[in-house]
Design a protein around this ligand. Structure first.
Ligand code: ATP
Ligand code: MG
Length: 356
């Protein structure tokens, strides 16, 4: 019996993280933050909720290191402003780099992950294409393996993330199942508890169409991404509500001359329709029905701009109200507890591979 048994190890774990490399944007809010806060509310008492700051992931792409620490703390405040209940004793809020087992397990998993399979990750290909060869780090290539460690250390069953992360969930499962098979003589019950399949993840988080994917407003063929350097097509959670409204009004659309929902042929307008639905908590089909066939794009843009503006006014007020002392004490207690859980898994793996 280990000490951490006192912290409800028997409850299934829901885990998610958002990198602290820049201000978070509305896509991160809708695809990452809001789902975990909703799940925390919905499943209070039934699950252990791990919400962490993947700070080691923060500089897989180039960042300004003198701003990073402030960014990390700011993004932790965003989690709280999004409605995370810090008093919930099944919820753990922690910084990845404070738990050294993440980096240690990642190294071991590296040696069980195939170069060929990691090379296929589209997130890597997309980011690499934007960076140019001399700025692509080995860390960027490798980050799905660190992410696998983040998940497997806690045996997380559910990992609610945006759909850009689906491939990484699959690879986490692949590595876990491969190692379970390899070390089954020693650990017949399974070295790792892998997360459930992407299809089951989607079902669990009740995300339709495989998850939320908010597009860049200027380049709607690609997703809104905080590592994008121009920032014109991104609504940051720190944008002034008026600036954000302006970005919506100048969003790229199309020249069809009538509104329809189809991400292949008209991603810009489709993105605005989906944003309106998510921002207002309205059914996507009913938003589409209301606007389909309309020849003016202006009224749709105005509606989206208005909904984003009022969301930001409300969110930024909540951000100013975050209780920093409470947040810091939650971080400290969570980091202690998670170190114990994580070290226990690490020891098991070290034993399996012959290091102990
Ligand atoms: P980066 O460009 O640095 O990778 P990112 O915007 O992709 O930044 P991440 O930190 O990689 O953000 O992801 C944090 C969370 O936000 C994840 O759950 C991810 O799936 C989700 N997410 C990221 N971008 C979007 C988006 N455009 N729409 C919906 N969810 C998103
Ligand atoms: Mg990303």
């Amino acid at each position: 019996m280990n000490m951490y048994n006192s912290i409800n190890m028997e409850k299934p774990v829901i885990l998610t993280g958002l990198r602290g490399n820049n201000d978070l944007h509305i896509g991160n809010y809708l695809g990452g933050l809001k789902p975990i806060v909703d799940l925390q509310k919905q499943y209070a008492g039934k699950y252990q909720v791990n919400l962490f700051m993947p700070d080691l992931h923060s500089f897989t792409t180039p960042v300004n290191h003198s701003l990073l620490q402030e960014q990390i703390m700011n993004n932790l405040r965003l989690f709280v402003a999004a409605g995370l209940d810090l008093h919930n004793s099944d919820t753990f809020l922690y910084r990845q780099s404070y738990i050294s087992a993440h980096a240690e397990l990642a190294w071991i998993l590296d040696c069980f992950a195939g170069f060929g399979e990691i090379k296929r990750m589209t997130e890597f290909k997309d980011k690499a294409a934007k960076l140019g060869e001399d700025r692509i780090s080995v860390g960027l290539f490798n980050y799905p393996v660190l992410m696998a460690a983040d998940i497997l250390l806690y045996g997380a069953k559910y990992v609610p993330l945006g759909e850009d992360q689906n491939q990484h969930i699959e690879i986490t499962r692949d590595i876990a199942l491969r190692m379970n098979e390899k070390f089954k003589a020693q650990f017949p019950e399974g070295l790792f508890q892998p997360p459930v399949t992407v299809a089951k993840q989607v079902e669990f988080a009740r995300r339709s169409q495989g998850g939320v994917r908010i597009r860049d407003l200027q380049h709607p063929e690609r997703k809104m991404s905080k590592s994008d350097e121009s920032g014109k097509g991104i609504i940051f959670l720190s944008d002034s509500p008026d600036v954000a409204a302006g970005k919506i009004m100048s969003a790229a659309t199309d020249s069809f001359g009538s509104i329809d929902y189809d991400f292949n042929t008209r991603p810009g307008i489709s993105n605005l329709l989906q944003m309106l639905a998510y921002m207002q908590g309205e059914d996507l089909d009913s938003v589409i029905d209301r606007y389909r066939g309309k020849e003016q794009y202006g009224p749709l843009k105005t509606a989206v701009a208005g909904s984003v503006q009022s969301f930001l006014i409300d969110f930024q007020a909540k951000l100013r109200g975050v209780d920093i002392e409470l947040m810091m004490s939650k971080l400290e207690t969570s980091e202690l507890a998670m170190c114990e859980q994580a070290n226990d898994t690490l020891l098991k793996v070290q034993t399996a591979v012959g290091l102990r």
